[in-house]
Design a protein around this ligand. Sequence first.
Ligand SMILES: Nc1nc2c(ncn2[C@@H]2O[C@H](COP(=O)(O)OP(=O)(O)OP(=O)(O)O)[C@@H](O)[C@H]2O)c(=O)[nH]1
Ligand SMILES: [Mg+2]
Length: 397
Amino acid sequence: MPEVSRHFTSSQFIASKEQNTTLGGLTARTTGILRTLLDSGSSRQARRLALSRAVTLIESTEARRKEQASIMLQAISDASLVDCPPVESSPSSASGAFRVGFAGPPGAGKSSFIEKFGLHVLGVDADGKPTRSLASESPYMASFSPSTMAVLSIDPSSSYSGGSILGDKTRMPELSRHPDCFIRPSPTSTNLGGINAYTNDVIQLCQAGGYDLVVVETVGVGQSEVEVDKAVDMLILLVPPGGGDELQGVKKGIVEVADMLIVNKADGALLTTARHTCADYRGAVKWQGRGKSDIREGWKVPVLMVSAKENTGVDKVWEQVMKFKEVQSKNGGLEEKRRRQGKYWMWKQVQEIIRLKTESDDKLKEKANTLDRALMEGKVTPRLAALQLMEAFFDKR
Ligand SMILES: Nc1nc2c(ncn2[C@@H]2O[C@H](COP(=O)(O)OP(=O)(O)OP(=O)(O)O)[C@@H](O)[C@H]2O)c(=O)[nH]1
Ligand SMILES: [Mg+2]
């Protein structure tokens, strides 16, 4: 496993740029990626490409590339790098990018909606044509008006395809052509449900690259969406119209953690059903955010009706996102949520490091396989198996 304690100072970073040298531990290629990503002088296209390459590095399973990724992430998160040349479009470094998660059942229209949402937020389409009128400008825009956006689409079926921008695959053809939008489909990792172990790292990268708004799309209805809430500032649940069984199909857990609910496909023959679904959800979320222990204290979860197809309701959703950001920034909820998330990701990384180390060490792997078999045969309890594996793990050190 890579050493994660290596770090660089900003003067080293700047000197390496001036002298065109590499940073300790990083190859020339990785240094180049990092430099392009963090340098305010990089063009939008160059920075987008560097981000794509950096994500590929993070998702790599190959030991050497993993090590590069680890050093790169360390360099990015190093506080001493803060005073390296700032990225022009970077939002205030205090809060970084705002992260919004979209979760919901397969086929609910998440990608279709994100495309319309993204175009609305950015204000112009890929050809520079305005996508919203001045009349739809909101007072909240004064404090938050993103000029760049990243979309991380967690693809459950994905066999990873090498970092191309799969606009058609993600159903965001227009947005994926947009020069200020970075779209990246990523495979899920089976043991983590709807997000993967790197989602948080990729979000950090997007932030380092100056992306103001990061949107994460996940698929499924259950544990996975609750998990995506650990990586975002705001979680939006997007559902199709339909009551009864379909409503029950959306697990209670996700409705409880959602900060906003959207009923999509409120168009044509589905409009009446969408209205009923909306009313049902309004009843379901009535008491959310009321408890003193809820970090969203005072936030009334909005339930909105939209149509990605007809491009309706998108402005209202954006208005509520900005409002949530403002309310949560002021009452400290945003900061508190990020602190809790930091703790969560530390332990998630511990788990991942143990898993990778076990897989890359023949003896540990053998021990794990033996314990696996013993578990299947009922010869050992999960607790004992875990203890034995940990003992073997620490013996190796
Ligand atoms: N009528 C109608 N159909 C829509 C709307 N939004 C999406 N669809 C259709 O719903 C289907 C699924 O849309 P996607 O955007 O791929 O849905 P998704 O939730 O991203 O799907 P997964 O990523 O596969 O979970 C497509 O056939 C869309 O054309 C809408 O507002 N109205
Ligand atoms: Mg989708």
